[in-house]
Design a binder for this molecule. Structure first.
Ligand code: FAD
Length: 318
């Protein structure tokens, strides 16, 4: 079932969903089940699985020289989606990125998803590779998520890359895209970011999932600006608890957002890791309650390998 249909079927009730990461290469599928088994009591109608592009790493050889090697640290997104649907009977939403894909490879990936009965994709550009200063698309790949939305939409309309195909079966993907309450870090200004977000919706995206935020006003403001700009699709808030001191620096560095002073002070003052976890849980619970009261379509939790914390939060909301 499509994410958009889950929203329609909810009759205004706030849904819950989770985002998980594939395990590091060599890891077990059981680690995914260990993350999700305890969360299934909350009946998420869909679960997102992130996609991780190949990276360059430097391996030291016997000679002492370093060799630049390309590797994908977290493969398995599509397989995990199929495993989730098979084990739990819930919809899986694979993330699909531009980075590392030619348009032909994207088309083949979409065909795999279609054959697996996967109805949803969260369409993203992806970030720059480590050690590359900026995002570089493949020579025959997409530079922006908008271009990828266009490709999925075309396939939904029955147009494949090979225009000599006759009777090609259209796909029927529900397309989600990312939105940034505190602006995407590369956008010159908020208006420009909003303009391109609207282009993604005009091209066929049916809902937005936000980057994490720690001040609900950022989300409420974002929704207001989207509505004023004529973006009327569901906007799903993405939430992540901060439970570690180092995250006060790593999260702003990685995700380009602000952490409210009250939250950072409470984490700094907390006497040990248990107390810090409690601070993070209480903050996210308060955020979740306010968002749910405001009638958001869904609370989307970034599990990032910490299912027990997410379970404690969800247990106080659902
Ligand atoms: P885009 O929508 O392409 O936007 C990128 C930048 O370009 C923005 O500044 C935008 O304003 C600008 N822009 C957009 N279109 C145009 C245009 N036509 N011309 C000029 N400028 C334009 N990354 C992963 O690698 N894997 C994941 O699984 C993943 N999951 C994510 C899930 C969520 C909910 C979010 C919020 C992010 C996720 N990311 C993931 C990170 C994401 O790939 C990065 O934030 C990336 O830098 C931007 O992706 P985007 O889809 O928002 O890009």
């Amino acid at each position: 079932m499509k994410v958009q249909d889950h929203f329609k079927a909810s009759n205004g009730e706030t849904l819950i969903s989770f985002e998980i990461l594939p395990p590091l290469k060599g890891g077990k599928i059981q680690s995914i089940f260990d993350t999700l088994d305890p969360l299934m009591e909350f009946n998420p109608p869909f679960i997102d699985v992130t996609y991780h592009r190949e990276e360059y790493i430097y391996k030291k050889r016997e000679s002492g020289y370093y060799e630049k090697v390309e590797m994908r640290k977290r493969p398995g997104t599509v397989g995990i989606c199929a495993a989730i649907m098979h084990r739990y009977g819930v919809d899986a939403v694979p993330h699909l990125i531009c980075g590392g894909f030619s348009v032909e490879e994207t088309e083949d990936a979409l065909i795999d998803l279609k054959f697996l009965g996967i109805d949803n994709v969260l369409v993203l550009r992806g970030d720059a590779r480590k050690f590359e200063g900026k995002f570089i698309p493949e020579s025959n790949g997409h530079a922006y998520a908008l271009d990828l939305v266009n490709q999925v939409k075309k396939m939904n309309d029955g147009f494949y890359l090979d225009n000599t195909l006759t009777n090609a079966e259209p796909s029927d993907f529900c397309i989600g895209v990312a939105g940034y309450p505190e602006k995407h870090f590369e956008a010159p200004n908020f208006q420009s970011d909003l303009y391109f977000l609207k282009e993604k919706i005009k091209a066929g995206a049916e809902y937005i999932v936000t980057q994490m935020f720690f001040d609900n006003n950022a989300y409420f403001d974002f929704v207001k600006k989207c509505r004023n700009a004529g973006i009327n699709v569901p906007i799903v808030p993405g939430l992540k608890p901060i439970t570690k001191k180092y995250q006060l620096n790593s999260i702003p560095r990685l995700f380009h957002l602000d952490i409210p002073k009250d939250l950072s002070s409470a984490l700094i003052k907390a006497k040990d890791s248990e107390a810090r976890t409690q601070v993070g849980i209480e903050w996210t619970v308060a955020q979740s309650k306010e968002l749910k009261e405001a009638g958001v379509p869904c609370l989307h939790y970034y599990t990032m390998g910490d299912a027990p914390t997410i379970k404690q939060i969800a247990g106080q909301i659902f």
